[in-house]
Design a protein around this ligand. Structure first.
Ligand SMILES: [Zn+2]
Length: 92
C-alpha cells in the first residue's frame, strides 16, 4: 500500500474523512491527496455543500400562491411522517 491513496480510494473514504472517523495515517494521506488533486477536492467541496443545498430544496419558495404553500406544507408533513419507522412488531 502506498502512502498516498488513489482517486478511487479518496472517493470511497471521503465521507469517513469528513466525519473524522478514519485513523490518523489514512486521514493524513487523504489530506495530502486533496491538496494535490483538483478533482477529488471538487468532490469534497460538493459533499460539504450537500446539507445546505438539501435544506434549500426542502423549503417552500417565498413567492408562491397560498394554495401552493399549503400543499407543499402538507406534502412535507407526509414526507416527514414517512421517515418514522412504520414497521412495528406484530402483536403476539
Ligand atoms: Zn484524486
Amino acid at each position: 500500500m502506498s502512502l498516498l491513496p488513489s482517486c478511487p480510494e479518496i472517493c470511497k473514504n471521503l465521507t469517513e474523512y469528513q466525519e473524522h472517523s478514519l485513523p490518523i495515517r489514512k486521514r493524513f494521506g487523504i489530506w495530502i491527496h486533496l491538496m494535490m488533486c483538483h478533482g477529488c477536492n471538487a468532490l469534497r467541496k460538493a459533499l460539504l455543500a450537500l446539507p445546505s443545498l438539501s435544506k434549500r430544496v426542502m423549503e417552500a419558495p417565498a413567492e408562491a400562491p397560498t394554495e401552493a404553500k399549503d400543499a407543499f406544507a402538507l406534502a412535507m408533513t407526509k414526507i416527514k411522517g414517512c421517515q418514522k419507522p412504520d414497521h412495528q412488531a406484530p402483536p403476539k
